[in-house]
Design a protein around this ligand. Structure first.
Ligand SMILES: N[C@@H](CCC(=O)N[C@@H](CS)C(=O)NCC(=O)O)C(=O)O
Length: 222
């Protein structure tokens, strides 16, 4: 299998984390045709990265669909030495999906995208972006509290959320917030926990470096 990847993409990063955690036989490559071209759209209908290409030539887009597919076809422990990332219990699986949807439908839409637009130079109301960010982080704090105390194994929801939080750390200083998790102890403890897992920490580090290179590339062009 092949994963078409962009080094700074938080969505591709999720899948790269999973590949490493589960030790999956997936080759990570740049897209074979340039993004935002007809050729790309023809080959990959949704027009976004990441895309997983199977050995049969079928393609799967959308990071969550890719992660669930990889988890299903590697049910159990993943590749040799890998770990299961989908809980056996139905409630815990629902919580895993809630965390993933919180990352995509709440935190990204209402906090990360406005911050990205600000980073790209769009005029935006700093105070309202900061307020939106705090509101979404407060949701995450309550969501984690609703899951209860106690240790649990890492799951796909954690893998999905981690790159989003990395970007929030990178971008929140733009709106005057140096440490976005300062007032959210559960999220801060969760962040420390996921970063204690080497494949998570290593991929996040790669994304941070790639993001800085991407931004420097943009400002060199400007
Ligand atoms: N919901 C999609 C989002 C994918 C996405 O937005 N990918 C960005 C990179 S982070 C992309 O392909 N951008 C290229 C473009 O929009 O032309 C997922 O979860 O995979």
């Amino acid at each position: 299998m092949k994963l078409y990847n962009l080094p700074h993409s938080p969505y591709a990063a999720r899948v790269r984390i999973q590949i490493r955690l589960q030790n999956l036989p997936v080759e990570v490559l740049a897209p074979p045709v340039p993004l935002r071209t007809d050729a790309f759209m023809q080959r990959f209908p949704l027009g976004k990265v990441p895309v997983l290409e199977l050995d049969s030539g079928e393609t799967i887009a959308e990071s969550w669909a890719i992660m669930e597919y990889l988890a299903e076809v590697n049910a159990g422990n993943g590749g040799e030495g890998g770990r299961a990332l989908v809980p056996a219990d139905a409630l815990e699986r629902a919580q895993m999906r809630m965390l993933g949807r919180y990352a995509d439908l709440h935190l990204a839409v209402n906090a990360l995208f406005p911050l990205f637009r600000a980073a790209m130079g769009a005029a935006g109301e700093t105070a309202s972006i900061a307020q939106g960010l705090r509101g979404e982080l407060a949701k995450g704090e309550r969501l984690l509290a609703s899951f209860g105390e106690g240790e649990r194994p890492l799951h796909l929801g954690d893998v999905a959320l981690a790159p989003t939080l990395l970007y929030l750390h990178e971008l929140s200083p733009l709106v005057g917030i140096d440490d976005p998790l300062d007032e959210y102890p559960r999220l801060a403890a969760w962040w420390a926990w996921v970063n204690s897992v080497a494949p998570v920490r290593e991929v996040l580090h790669e994304v941070r470096i790639a993001y800085h290179a991407f931004i420097e590339g943009l400002s060199a062009k400007a």
